[in-house]
Design a protein around this ligand. Structure first.
Ligand code: 5GP
Length: 202
């Protein structure tokens, strides 16, 4: 798994990870978003194979036994996991692959693949985050409270990550992730060498 760059993007639910990552992908061709598998039911606008691979708990558990996941976690009573083979395919074709995953999953990937780059996306304030979670309009009051509680807890894990990016403006946050990618592409430990040295990568 040495060719591409694996980029973990975590942060509390509602911080806008999805919007920022989509903006980044629209401006950079080689950046791809990993499609996770989940047992959570689809939200109205979500599409199979685009937002998630939706599946049942028994199928998910079988996939765990078969070693199909690079990482998996239970978030709000549902299973979520990153398929290993898709990650391998993407990285061997030189892509920058974003894993938009929770803190539990991020820690697993950091342990298994220390060369993965991790970004914690933070809201401009806790108040702004609460307003966003409450305003999404797709969840019950009880579920909103639960997401808020998880969000506050997740904020405390920022120190585990390589970078913190504040999402006060989508374009700015996406630009900062782009800067991290550019810096990583220059890393000597990734095999980058001076021109004419041999073995250099673009
Ligand atoms: P949502 O249900 O709002 O789409 O996602 C809930 C949480 O699960 C978010 O924090 C999201 O980043 C996380 N998540 C999505 N896919 C995965 C995955 O494959 N693995 C892990 N560990 N978390 C995921």
């Amino acid at each position: 798994m040495a060719e591409g760059i694996l980029l973990i993007v975590s942060g509390p639910s509602g911080v806008g990870k999805g919007t920022v990552c989509r903006h980044l992908m629209a401006t950079r061709e080689t950046v791809k978003l990993s499609v996770s598998t989940t047992t959570r039911p689809p939200r109205p606008a979500e599409k199979e194979g685009i937002d998630y691979h939706f599946t049942s708990a028994p199928v998910f558990k079988k996939m765990i036994e078969e070693g199909a996941f690079l990482e998996w976690a239970v978030v709000h009573d549902h299973f979520y996991g990153t398929g290993l083979s898709a990650v391998q395919r993407s990285l061997s074709s030189g892509e920058v692959l974003i894993l938009e995953i929770d803190v539990q999953g991020a820690v697993q990937v950091m342990e298994k693949l220390p060369e993965a780059v991790s970004i914690f996306m933070a809201p401009p304030s806790l108040e702004a985050l609460e307003a966003r979670i409450s305003g999404r309009g797709t969840e019950s009051i009880e579920k909103i409270h639960r997401r808020l509680k998880t969000a506050r807890r997740e904020m405390e894990s920022f120190y585990l990550y390589d970078y913190i990016i504040v999402n006060d403006k989508v374009e700015k946050a996406a630009g900062l992730i782009g800067s991290v990618i550019d810096a990583e592409k220059c890393r000597v430990s990734r095999g980058v060498r001076p021109p004419g040295w041999g073995g250099e990568k673009k």
